[in-house]
Design a protein around this ligand. Structure first.
Ligand code: TYD
Length: 196
């Protein structure tokens, strides 16, 4: 199984993935945790470029796609080994950030994703929070964080629109405490995902 966690910066994905992974481990499920951009030969360079340089959005799109093409090889290898793969961000980040956020054509992005990154997660868990409630968590002010509230509203609405149109995307209200959000994720897993 392949699960992607999505959400705006500060939505708590990384913390929730860790807690969910601990839960799955207790159930003796073998997992492989991964992150985008991360874990490929070019991830560090992509991360460095996209966070520090004001390059055209099209260039950022291509960098994230290139990173994902390599990432997919690793994900597929782990799935072949029988692991449950959980990724912190995937294609939906590109649609939300470069499409809805930065204004690139969303249909074009989906077409490129279909061609270059055809691997689709079984389930996407979208942690939904309002930008206002998390923007004070941004401390290192990278490229996107400097864009502020308005940008993150567009990104968050992009995720919401995708969730409306796609049955695989489950929205979790992530505005509550860490414990409550974790409980919602476990409930979703037990009631909907595990039985599917
Ligand atoms: P992340 O590692 O979650 O942020 P941080 O290192 O600050 O914890 O993600 C890096 C940033 O890249 C984040 O702001 C989202 C953005 N991003 C895109 O714009 N498009 C993409 O396709 C991906 C994967 C990430």
């Amino acid at each position: 199984m392949f699960i992607a966690f999505e959400g705006i910066d500060g939505s708590g994905k990384t913390t929730q993935i860790k807690l969910f992974d601990d839960y799955l481990k207790k159930k003796l499920i073998k997992t492989f945790l991964t992150i985008e951009p991360g874990g490929t030969t070019i991830s560090e360079s992509v991360d460095l470029i996209v966070k520090n340089y004001d390059i055209p959005a099209e260039a950022r799109l291509l960098l994230f796609l290139a990173d994902r093409v390599i990432h997919i090889q690793k994900i597929e290898e782990m799935m072949r080994k029988g692991k449950m793969v959980i990724t912190d961000r995937y294609s939906y980040s590109t649609v939300a950030y470069q499409g809805y956020g930065e204004g690139l054509n969303v249909n074009m992005i989906w077409k490129m994703l279909d061609i270059f990154c055809p691997l689709t997660p079984d389930i996407v868990i979208f942690l939904d929070v309002s930008p206002e409630s998390v923007i004070n968590r941004y401390n290192h002010k990278d490229m996107f964080e400097r864009k502020g509230n308005e940008f993150y509203h567009k990104v968050a609405n992009g995720y919401r629109e995708m969730a409306k149109a796609n049955k695989r995307i489950y929205t979790i209200d992530a505005s509550g405490s860490i414990k409550d959000v974790h409980k919602s994720i476990v409930r979703l897993w037990e009631n909907e995902i595990r039985r599917a």
